[in-house]
Design a protein around this ligand. Structure first.
Ligand SMILES: Nc1ncnc2c1ncn2[C@@H]1O[C@H](COP(=O)(O)OP(=O)(O)OP(=O)(O)O)[C@@H](O)[C@H]1O
Length: 326
């Protein structure tokens, strides 16, 4: 069942450099009980996509398109309805969330707060009990209810943020680099916890990470973004191991943990930088860095088209059935 659907989502920021198109027509879906991974270099629009869902973008952002949560357009709803949807319909665990807990309040109070605010009629004692259960669920002892954030390790604080995100039983969880700052052992535990929720409770998960090994181990599907667009989508492992877009191929080839490190074709990474969104090149945005570009790539911008079962790619070369491996 489709839980979240982005339809032609466009976000343009206006700043000192003029208009900056951060998302240029994104179409994606997240199914209930499934995980969609979003990959791509810094600046490609991943966080903008995450923030758009809960309408957390700054006022300077011009947004168009639709974001349907269970069929209801989040972009069109009034603030009252949106407040109800936040935490209960969809919640987000931010990048660097470890630092966003309130330093002067005990953990128990912070985890209980969204329950008290969003579930009318819940008493403080009931909310505290639920908070305790949530902490246990993320592997923290109930005694941590009385701790202050500074008394917890980074990994523990991140787990508190995850407990808060789950407090009101949301249908959708967005994890934006939620485990990036954790050491590998804690990261593995937290990832296991998050994937467990998807299968046990049918939560839809959108996971943003620049770490392809995390995405390919946790996600069912993956979408690769480049310069504000999705350039490839398909089953996660296949997208990185057998890419159908030269950009995803380059990402996979540069990543040591995917497949056999000795077989990496491009251990130094992808040459060049992503384009300046204010001055995008003509034709395909990836063309200046692409090793397999043909003449047409400098003239037209490729649409996302089917290139195999459950695989779509915005690359003329892949669409012609030619290899894109670098
Ligand atoms: N508030 C803002 N005002 C103007 N431009 C912005 C704003 N926020 C983001 N941008 C620009 O929008 C583009 C997309 O940024 P975004 O943070 O969504 O990318 P990202 O893929 O999440 O990057 P990272 O991995 O570094 O977080 C970038 O060019 C960025 O500089």
């Amino acid at each position: 069942m489709t839980l979240l659907e982005f339809k032609d989502l466009r976000v343009t920021y206006t700043g000192s450099r003029g208009r900056l198109p951060a998302l240029r027509g994104v179409d994606l879906t997240v199914e209930a009980g499934r995980t969609l991974g979003i990959a791509g270099e810094s600046g490609c629009g991943k966080s903008t996509l995450a923030m758009a869902v809960l309408r957390l973008l700054p006022k300077t952002a011009e947004v168009s398109g639709e974001i349907l949560l269970d069929g209801e357009d989040l972009l069109a709803m009034g603030w009252g309805r949106l407040r109800a949807v936040r935490w209960t319909g969809a919640s987000i665990v931010f990048q660097g969330a470890m630092h966003s807990l309130n330093a002067v309040h005990r953990i128990g109070r912070q985890v209980a707060e969204p329950i008290l605010v969003h579930e009318k009629g819940t008493t403080p004692a009931q909310a505290a009990k639920r908070a305790e259960a949530l902490l246990e669920r993320v592997g923290l002892p109930a005694s941590r209810m009385r701790s202050y954030p500074h008394e917890l390790s980074g990994g523990q604080r991140q787990r508190v943020m995850i407990a808060m995100a789950l407090a009101c039983d949301p249908q959708l969880v967005i994890a934006d680099e939620a485990t990036t700052a954790l050491d590998v052992m804690v990261q593995a535990q937290v990832l296991q916890l998050i994937s467990g929720l998807v299968t046990e409770r049918g939560v839809g998960l959108m996971m943003i990470s620049h770490d392809l090994s995390v995405l390919s181990s946790v996600c069912d599907e993956a979408a690769v973004m480049y310069a504000g667009r999705v350039v490839e989508r398909g089953p996660a492992h296949e997208v990185f191991a057998n890419a159908r877009h030269p950009y995803s191929a380059a990402l996979g080839a540069a990543f040591p943990v995917i497949g056999d490190p000795a077989a990496r074709k491009n251990p130094g990474g992808l040459a060049g930088d992503p384009p300046d969104p204010v001055r995008l090149p003509e034709g395909c945005s990836f063309r200046p860095r692409c090793a397999v570009a043909v003449e047409r790539c400098g003239e037209d911008s490729p649409e996302l088209l089917e290139v195999g079962p459950k695989r779509v790619s915005a690359c003329f070369v892949a669409q012609e059935g030619m290899p894109v491996v670098l």
